[in-house]
Design a protein around this ligand. Structure first.
Ligand SMILES: Cc1cc2nc3c(=O)[nH]c(=O)nc-3n(C[C@H](O)[C@H](O)[C@H](O)COP(=O)(O)OP(=O)(O)OC[C@H]3O[C@@H](n4cnc5c(N)ncnc54)[C@H](O)[C@@H]3O)c2cc1C
Length: 400
């Protein structure tokens, strides 16, 4: 096995670049660079390719197949694969439920699930949110009642990303109504083919189908699919949500957006001159670029602190999330403006996960920009809304 700890950051970056140039099919990169949402066959293929060298699960413990990278190496990898146009991997299995199974799963759960998650053979959905339990997640009502060797599940989940093409869902379910609401929640793994499950699409503002409502009616789940102890699910879920401390900073996306804005602004002509030469546009672009650089510097400072084990009391993950997601939205808005009338909404990606996208007519560099802009409104909502993050920042800073 390669010893990555002996590599400099430059050597590591070069190794990742070499791997990508040798293995990534150009047509796959072309699809993703146009901001198509990931196309499932691409995602599955690329996950299995990365798995061949042990790179599909950078955050997992080594004994379960993780490559033992430093946090800095993980960030370098994320940036390189994103900017090269590699299909975005589905995070639910690889970065959310996978580590929970590594830490709390039974030997049988580990043997059955971990290899299939690592290789991309099985896709997962996350069944946490409900119509009346989003920011206040512990208010969830979906019930699982023990009946012999099974749980019987009844209730509803909502905003369940990718459920329509996933094979399994990991769920938070209510197993007790006694005591504090957090103390009656369990973590259950459910095969989405089980009778009694209905998945209905939610078409989002970008015209696409990523989100779903999932209904459970007397769904019988083997009790052996419980992760850890009954009524301890809240603890595991909190760990899962805290797992990715710095990975919502979005710097890789900012860099891709800046690159694309500049390319677009070279093509857009204002009174016969490229927009990129317009001083007013240049000022606005420079302002955003400076903010991205400052944000990146903050990210690397936090990574260095995290690696040195000296992460302070400051709510840095929340700060990185708020700042990073808002910058994505502002860069997206400038990209739309740079396209002029070609930036008007155009939805061609209705079933993007399951249908190979075709090029639409019109300005080629405009494709996907408006639908991506619309979809990324959601960045400030999911993963803990930015208002809630601001509460955390204020609470921690005012307390200290
Ligand atoms: C694109 C997308 C994908 C998603 N994927 C998944 C998924 O795969 N699985 C899953 O389980 N969930 C998923 N979610 C759901 C997501 O986790 C929730 O949308 C999020 O937790 C917010 O909950 P909510 O939508 O119920 O809004 P609410 O919690 O009802 O919030 C509504 C508004 O009130 C504000 N608010 C709420 N509480 C406070 C407070 N205490 N102080 C100040 N303001 C507050 C919020 O910021 C928001 O603006 C997804 C959401 C989106 C948009």
């Amino acid at each position: 096995m390669t010893d990555y700890s002996k590599m400099s950051e430059d050597q590591f970056r070069q190794m990742v670049r070499d791997f990508i140039s040798e293995n990534l099919p150009p047509e796959m990169a072309a699809r993703w660079k146009k901001m198509y949402h990931p196309y499932k066959p691409d995602v599955v293929w690329w996950t299995s390719k990365l798995n061949e060298v042990g790179w599909s699960v950078p955050g997992w413990p080594v004994e379960y197949g993780g490559p033992d990278w430093t946090i800095a190496q993980r960030h370098i990898f994320e940036e390189e694969v994103f900017l090269a146009g590699c299909p975005a991997l589905s995070p639910q299995g690889l970065t959310l439920v996978g580590p929970v199974i590594c830490h709390y799963g039974t030997p049988e759960q580990k043997d059955f699930h971990l290899p299939k998650i690592r290789s991309g053979e099985i896709m997962w959905a996350q069944g946490f949110s409900e119509p009346n339990a989003g920011s206040d997640l512990a208010a969830l009502q979906c019930r699982a009642v023990r009946d012999g060797d099974e749980y019987v599940v009844n209730g509803q989940k909502i905003w369940t990303s990718e459920a329509h093409y996933s094979e399994w869902v990991f769920m938070l379910v209510r197993t007790s109504t006694e005591g504090k609401k957090q103390a009656g929640i369990s973590f259950l793994l459910i095969d989405l083919d089980t009778p009694g499950i209905t998945i209905r699409p939610i078409i989002s503002i970008d015209g696409g189908h990523e989100l779903n409502e999932v209904f459970f009616e007397d769904v019988r789940v083997p009790a052996s699919n419980l992760v850890g102890e009954e009524n301890k699910g809240w603890t595991y879920a909190k760990e899962l949500l805290a797992e990715e401390r710095t990975f919502s900073a979005e710097v890789k996306r900012h860099k891709g957006q800046l690159r694309r804005i500049k390319n677009i602004a070279r093509e857009t002509k204002i009174r016969g001159r490229p927009l990129i030469e317009d001083p007013h546009f240049q000022r606005r672009l420079a302002q955003l670029e400076i903010e991205v650089l400052a944000h990146e510097a903050t990210l690397w400072r936090v990574v260095a602190e995290e690696e040195a084990g000296i992460l302070g009391a400051a709510p840095t993950p929340s700060i990185l999330k708020v700042r990073g997601t808002e910058l994505v939205q502002r860069l997206g808005a400038l990209m739309i403006e740079a396209l002029e009338e070609a930036g008007l909404p155009y939805y061609a990606e209705h079933d993007y996960f399951l249908t190979e996208p075709a090029d639409p007519p019109g300005r080629p560099d405009a494709y996907g920009v408006s639908s991506d802009f619309m979809f990324r409104r959601s960045l400030t909502i999911y993963g803990g809304s930015n208002e809630v993050q601001r509460n955390i920042i204020a609470g921690q800073l005012l307390r200290n």
